[in-house]
Ligand binder design. Structure first.
Ligand SMILES: Nc1ncnc2c1ncn2[C@@H]1O[C@H](COP(=O)(O)OP(=O)(O)OP(=O)(O)O)[C@@H](O)[C@H]1O
Ligand SMILES: [Mg+2]
Length: 113
């Protein structure tokens, strides 16, 4: 099992969620409002002639734990639905997951997804 963490532009959340819902392999997600910075370290803005740096920008983080064979399908759906082609579109990280337990039933691992 893998954990997919997709950090995306907040305004893309509903489009990404719609794309995930269309996949037969989608089982659930944890959504968080976060602040972050990428390679540009935020953006420089001018206000009344003064320049100032907004170094952390609001993003949304989507965490999903999925079966290994579903990783590529889910990654493709996220990239296609979150992409505008502009800087700041986001980034996706994939991690190994050791164990999952459904508390209600005691089911383990893939049966618990
Ligand atoms: N190396 C990293 N480690 C951890 N989080 C990161 C990293 N790079 C980006 N992020 C997270 O992803 C968010 C979006 O990053 P962003 O899309 O700006 O990446 P980028 O590498 O700067 O690409 P781009 O050039 O398209 O902007 C950041 O706000 C931050 O939360
Ligand atoms: Mg960036």
């Amino acid at each position: 099992m893998k954990q997919i963490r997709a950090i995306i532009q907040p305004e893309k959340l509903s489009e990404v969620r719609d794309a995930l819902e269309k996949l037969g392999c989608y089982r659930g997600a944890t959504i968080s409002d976060i602040m972050g910075q990428g390679t540009q370290r935020g953006i420089t803005q001018a206000w009344r002639g003064e320049k100032f740096q907004l170094d952390l920008l609001p993003k949304v983080s989507i965490d999903l734990v999925v079966r290994d064979e579903d990783v590529d399908t889910i990654l493709r759906a996220i990239v296609e639905s979150a992409r505008t082609g502009e800087i700041g579109d986001g980034k996706i990280f994939v991690y190994d997951v050791e164990q999952v337990i459904r508390i209600r039933t005691g089911e383990m691992n893939e049966a618990a997804l």
